[in-house]
Design a binder for this molecule. Structure first.
Ligand code: HDE
Length: 737
């Protein structure tokens, strides 16, 4: 055998983090499928050793090339077939391995074994994604993020295939292809890539009032996260949990990031898309390599079966949340992402998630979107992964053995023995046998259903605006402004003024001020009487009057959990901080601040006019990680300018350095400078807004620290960075009364 199987990756893990690495069956199982080429000789795919991988076989030195060259043909043929269809949605993604551990047994509500034992670690593989863009598109598109978790449990795989927003655009799966066609690049000219800011998307949305709530989320900063590690996740649909006695409870699944929920600014997102389109992918990868593992708590909102009709919304409607004020989120366990994939294609690209991958103790509801998804995910793998054996690909295999009578198909890996590939049989003793419920056999919840067969939508699904309004009302002032800006950007890129106007009609149903703000920015008036019928998603023989939205008042006026302003702001762990320096820099101050930032868990990079050593004022050297050519303000969370007369003079004269600070200020980031470096800040557009003191309160309000004491500066700077952003710096929006 030319290839040697050995657990890969271990060596790449920093020694201090080794203890925290997943040490479990799945890791070992996956490792069996990894190859380690070091010290090996090159072979063809049939194992013949290759002597010359540089030159094809030719008739003489100058050709022609011979058809006989099986080595050349094998290599080129493999290369020609290296691409598989990208996912039709969620094509752009990044993933990581990790573990999940429950805090306390959840046996009261579910019999799922991986939710019983707090000492047990369940291996997981998590893929984050955007929805609209192609595989090579930017990470920072304004979009929903996928948050798909595969738990490799001892009872088989459970996939929680969620998003970073808790609701969805549509209520019935039959509209999904329409939604996706509308948001994807337009079919005639394939523009724009990974963007919803175009006519077809808003044409569709403006005729689908059921998407109003989701649009609020999509136009909020939730759609431009700072990091995959700093966003929430949601199962969206209401699922069921079933306990050992067969009792069912409704459940909504949540993921709560331990670093809080944070986003970037829209202008920043667009710049990042140019400077580093892999920004989120790199952030996740680098953080895990550095041992700053991504951590999320699993949250459950549990509703007893008997409370199904207690709410003013329908639990089966995927355009609704259950406000946390009505049913609190119980944090029941922790997900830790602690290992990067070994191979992007084999793992991240070939992983196949499916809402239908469940284990005993977890079951479905009749949410019509969920029901449609139960069909779609297997179907899509058949085309993407080329046949029915995709479950045999290492990343998709469960950690428990698979036994059934399924056979054959493209790329079958298992070599099944014996004659019996059917049941009942006597040739094979009826093995494998069906599992009794007591042996862990899956039994569906016997929900009572008595109904006519109809194509219809429940009347309880027709309140489209109350929760859109709840979301808007729950936002802080800057968040509301960002929402207005985002809608103004998106509708401002819509060419058809009728679409703009129709959309303003929908916004006016949510909040008059919101509609007026957007109308002002895009130069179109809010229609006095919104065009009827607003809902164009009506069957051919339907009476439009039966399909109009109904107005409902939410029993919750404002929900804290919906605003990112209320998130945790206590850590700068894994935040990226830039230090601007040039020759003559005060290395003492630089290293005092740097050390303090590192000790608080941040990543620090020195940026100078050129790469290589920067010579300090006392001849000490500091290495520049980047020059202004390879770095940009938008790739950092905060910036510090140390003193040193010559360094300060060079930076003041360096347009890129001043631009760096201007952008950091514009994007509301924490900024610090030694008093000696004040003149660099005075060269910026915000020079008139520099704070008059460095009291803790002023720093926490304005996010700028200027001090002549490096140790005290570092302390205040750290507190400011932990605030994430100082959105109050932005101009108030002009909205007509
Ligand atoms: Fe998906 N979705 N979806 N979706 N979805 C896919 O499956 C689909 C929906 C979500 O990282 C596809 O393997 C339908 C809601 C994620 O690999 C496809 C409907 C939510 C991912 C598919 C929905 C999601 C997908 C494309 C409406 C949040 C990426 C590739 C009925 C709860 C998983 C694939 C990964 C992927 C169908 C709606 C989340 C085509 C028909 C709602 C995170 O099967």
């Amino acid at each position: 055998m030319a290839m040697k199987n050995k657990p890969a990756k271990q060596a790449a893990v920093p020694a201090k983090e080794k203890a925290a690495q997943p040490d479990n069956e799945k890791t070992e199982k996956l490792a069996l499928h990894t190859t380690e080429d070091s010290g090996q000789l090159m072979t063809t795919n049939t194992g013949t050793r290759i002597n010359d991988d540089q030159n094809s076989l030719k008739a003489g030195e100058r050709g022609s090339t011979l058809l006989e060259d099986f080595i050349l043909r094998e290599k080129i043929t493999h290369f020609d077939h290296e691409r598989i269809p990208e996912r039709v949605v969620h094509a752009r993604g990044s993933a990581a391995h990790g573990v999940f551990q429950v805090y306390e047994s959840l046996s009261a509500v579910t019999k799922a074994k991986f939710l019983q034992d707090p000492s047990k670690e369940t291996p997981v593989f998590v893929r984050f994604s955007t929805v609209a863009g192609s595989r090579g598109s930017t990470d920072l598109a304004r979009d929903v993020r996928g948050f798909a978790v595969k738990f490799y449990t001892e009872e088989g795989n459970f996939d929680l295939v969620g998003n970073n927003m808790p609701v969805f655009f549509i209520q019935d799966a039959i509209k999904f292809p329409d939604l996706v066609h509308a948001v994807k690049p337009e079919p005639d000219n394939e523009m724009p890539q990974a963007a919803s800011a175009h006519d077809t998307f808003w044409d569709f949305i403006s005729q689908m009032p059921e998407s109003a709530h989701m649009i609020m989320w999509l136009m909020s900063d939730r759609a431009i996260p700072r990091s995959f590690r700093m966003m929430e996740g949601f199962g969206v649909h209401t699922f069921r949990l079933i306990n050992e006695e067969g009792k069912s409870s409704f459940v909504k699944f949540h993921w709560k990031p331990l670093l809080g929920v944070h986003s970037v600014a829209w202008d920043e997102a667009q710049n990042i898309s140019g400077k580093d389109p892999d920004f989120h992918r790199r952030d996740l990868w680098d953080a895990i390599e550095a041992g700053a593992f991504a951590e999320f708590e699993l949250g459950l909102q549990i509703v007893p079966e008997e409370d199904e009709f207690k709410f003013e919304f329908d639990l089966l409607d995927p355009t609704k949340i259950i406000p946390e004020e009505l049913v609190p989120v119980q944090r029941v366990g922790k997900l830790t992402l602690n290992r990067n994939p070994d191979n992007f294609f084999a793992e991240t690209e070939q992983v196949a998630f499916h809402v239908g991958h469940v284990v005993p103790g977890i079951d479905f509801t009749n949410d019509p979107l969920l029901q449609g998804r139960l069909f779609s995910y297997t179907d899509t793998q058949l085309i993407r992964l080329g046949g029915p054996n995709f479950q045999e690909i290492p990343i998709n295999r469960p950690i428990v053995p698979v036994h059934n009578n399924q056979r054959d198909g493209y790329m079958r890996q298992t070599i099944n023995r014996g004659k019996s590939s059917y049941n009942p049989n006597s040739t094979g003793n009826n093995d494998p046998a069906q599992a009794k419920a007591a042996e862990g056999g899956f039994t569906s919840y016997p929900e009572r259903i008595e109904a006519r067969k109809v194509r219809a939508r429940s009347k309880s699904f027709f309140d489209h605006f109350s929760q859109a309004r709840l979301f808007f009302n729950s936002q802080s002032e800057p968040e509301k402004n960002h929402l207005i800006d985002a809608l103004s950007f998106e509708l401002g890129k819509v060419n058809d003024l009728n679409i703009r106007e129709r959309m303003l009609g929908i916004l006016a149903q949510i909040d008059k001020g919101l509609a007026a703000g957007v109308a002002y920015a895009i130069g179109v008036s809010v229609p006095q009487t919104p065009e009827q019928p607003m809902n164009r998603s009506i069957p051919a023989d339907g009476d439009p009057a039966d399909f109009q939205p109904v107005q409902v008042e939410s029993s919750v006026a404002k929900s804290e959990a919906l605003s990112m302003a209320n998130t945790i702001k206590d850590s700068i762990k894994s935040r990226k901080i830039a230090i601007l320096a040039a020759d003559g820099v005060d290395t003492k101050s630089l290293s005092t601040v740097k050390e303090a930032l590192l000790a608080a868990g941040a990543v620090v990079e020195v940026i100078a006019p050129k790469q290589g050593p920067v010579i300090g004022k006392d001849d000490e050297q500091v290495m520049a990680n980047h020059s202004f050519l390879t770095a940009a303000s938008v790739l950092y969370d905060a910036v510090f300018v140390p003193g040193g007369i010559n360094s300060v003079a060079s930076l003041e004269a360096e347009a890129d350095a001043v631009h760096f600070l201007n952008e950091a200020f514009k994007h509301c980031k924490a900024i610090a400078a030694d008093e000696e470096a004040l003149q660099v800040l005075e060269a910026t557009y915000f020079s008139k807004k520099l704070p008059s003191d460095d009291n803790d309160d002023t720093v926490l309000k304005e996010g700028i620290v200027i001090s002549n004491d490096a140790a005290s500066l570092a302390k205040k700077f750290i507190a400011a960075i932990a605030q994430h952003r100082f959105w109050e710096r932005e101009k108030p929006r002009k909205v007509p009364a």
